[in-house]
Design a protein around this ligand. Sequence first.
Ligand code: SIN
Length: 308
Amino acid sequence: MDLSITIAGVRFPSCVMNASGALCVTHEELLALGRSRAGAIVTKSMTIEPRDGNPTPRYYGFPGGSINSMGLPNLGYRAYAALIPELKTFGKPVIASVAGLCEDDFQIIATVINAAKPDLIEVNLSCPNIPGKPQIGYDTEASERLLKRVRKVITVPMGVKLPPYFDPAHHSAMGSVIGRCGVDFLNLINSVGNGLVVDPEHEVVVIKPKGGFGGLGGASIKPVALANVRAFWKIFEGRMPIIGTGGVVSGVDAFEHLLCGATAVQIGTVLVEEGVNVFDRLETELVAQLSKKGYASLEECRGKLKEL
Ligand code: SIN
């Protein structure tokens, strides 16, 4: 079965790809994604200066998920801009993920990265792990101001990676902002920010930064991710392409995201745990699930979740 998709006019050979953050920081990691069955190469969210990130340990996997507080370790935007031409030779889209420590950073990075011609740019409004920097996506006014600024300099399709929202009022408020800012696609969701995992045996937190607080990912956040995909799918009446991220560890999980309205899915925790061969497994499982349910294409099941 054909798992290729199109988002904002850009064709992807597969609907399964890495989430920004997972095995996509270094040159070698990005090349490995290029050689893999991933449907795109998504870069780590980049800042102006290279960053080592937060102190370690900063990632911890547990049954059912993970907690991380990486703190945006990345090579800096100049390095990613220089790598884009090589990454594009793999014949799959390159998505440059843009972050920043202040609004001006986003605009500077977006301008230079856009000139390097990635296929798409994803603006990350949702990193929960920089001490003292709240997630921009929880501030609708700041989000709108920032998105309008970067939209002026971005000429490739522009997506936005949002944090999870937990109330319809917040889905609606952010949906209105997105609708006013010329956004071409959404990525839902970033990790569930500021969770806390406790080791009861040693009576201690499991990661060092921020007193142990970090972003939750993996299987346990799937219901939150699905709810956000579904809510924004409804707000935009199926016309906004959505990449579903959160809790995809099997082909059936990917299928559930598609039913809720996702066009594609991204993986983080399971990619870290299994490495790039996971794309083969997930694509095989997704094809098996679609066939089992009698769907002949991805389009046939997109958004088709039934309600009681
Ligand atoms: C991190 O680097 O801390 C995670 C990035 C993100 O959640 O956007």
